[in-house]
Design a protein around this ligand. Structure first.
Ligand code: NAP
Length: 323
């Protein structure tokens, strides 16, 4: 290692641990100065990329970026108008783009199964599946299937959707699944005695961060399971980006941090990089700004193998995944 790259590595780690500079556009600016591994302009040519929650924010940026790299893009949204707006926005930026719109509420597991079946019929294969849809409801909400909404959106829906499209993923040469988590999960340990958040007093940011922690904790297990189909599974966090979701759910945070927030494209950069970089990085890993990151910074958040197993069994039962 040269002195220059050693210093850069230390600076990168300092940015990561000091959070505010690292997660902001400052961290992106400092790190991206050293990147020489941008995917080539046709890195996703001939590939199909499915992005959930692609009507706005990071999902729209990731879908647009994938179209720019040559992919056929499937934008999964809950509202047809938003999907058509997203398709128009992507086609304005990339006139040659092939964008398809699919309607699905990813928190509704029956709807997700139907989407999975539809995708298997409509696309020859899925090269990249990005689980980006995210929510932070102000009060506890339950899905039609009786699950707490952030759990269903961030964990159960992505597990069910991936399982439902396994044949389409397995048909790709180098399929990748990417879960979009959040740096907010660093403050949370894995909760396994109240997974659906029924017993304790609901707090929006806690529900959000707990389920983002679950995504990170489950990634190695999901990677092992889906590796049998040739799939590499990643989890990442985008830092802090200025999106409609942040404006709506965290208005005070946005007001204070606005000059520091990343653009949606900057927040989506690592999603695209994981989708397109060659060779595929090792699966089961957690990423931010194109580098694998620790999943814990303090001992108190570490889970035991028993806790992981409890969560795994619960999620498999909830999603109808047989082992
Ligand atoms: N922005 C950040 O700083 C930040 C930081 C950390 C992590 N993240 C994560 O990054 C992802 C994208 O966040 P964002 O900031 O771009 O949020 P956003 O602006 O709120 O976009 C999220 C998208 O997800 C969609 N969505 C939510 N629930 C859905 C469901 N049940 N079915 C289908 N689509 C659904 C929303 O659709 P509707 O328009 O229909 O509501 C929306 O288009 C999320 O997972 C979020 O947790 C973001």
């Amino acid at each position: 290692m040269s002195i220059k790259s050693g210093v850069a590595g230390v600076l990168d780690s300092v940015l990561d641990r000091t959070i505010v500079p690292g997660y902001s556009r400052l961290g992106y600016a400092v790190r991206s100065m050293r990147w020489d591994d941008d995917p080539g302009p046709s890195a996703l040519s001939g590939k199909s990329v499915v992005v959930t929650g692609a009507g706005a924010g990071l999902g729209l940026a990731a879908a647009r970026g994938a179209a720019r790299l040559g992919a056929v893009v499937v934008v999964v949204v809950r509202n047809l108008q938003k999907g058509e707006n997203a398709r128009d926005a992507i086609c304005r930026a990339v006139p040659s783009a092939d964008v398809r719109v699919e309607i699905c509420d990813v928190a509704n597991l029956a709807d997700v199964r139907t989407l999975g079946a539809r995708l298997c019929e409509r696309v020859e294969r899925i090269d990249v599946l990005v689980h980006n849809a995210g929510v932070m409801p102000p009060s506890r909400e339950e899905t039609v299937e009786g699950h707490e909404l952030t759990l269903a959106t961030h964990v159960l829906g992505p597990m069910r959707l991936t399982e439902s499209v396994l044949p389409a993923l397995a048909a790709a040469d180098d399929p990748r699944v990417i879960l979009v988590s959040s740096g907010g999960m660093y403050a949370q340990s894995l909760v396994t005695d109240d997974i659906d958040y029924r017993a304790s007093e609901y707090k929006p940011a806690t529900a959000y961060a707990r389920t983002k922690r679950m995504q990170v904790a489950l990634t190695p297990q999901l990677n092992r399971r889906w590796a049998a189909h040739g799939i590499s599974t990643y989890c990442m966090h985008p830092g802090w980006a200025d999106t409609p979701g942040v404006a709506e759910s965290l208005p005070t945070f946005r007001r204070i941090t606005e000059p520091l927030l990343r653009t949606p494209d900057q927040g989506a950069d690592t999603i695209l990089w994981l989708a397109a970089t060659e060779p595929a990085p090792p699966g089961g890993t957690f990423w931010h700004d194109r580098r694998p990151r620790p999943t814990h910074y303090v001992r108190r958040t570490r889970e035991s193998s028993g806790e992981l197993e409890t969560l795994w069994q619960y999620c498999c039962a909830a999603t109808g995944i047989t082992q």
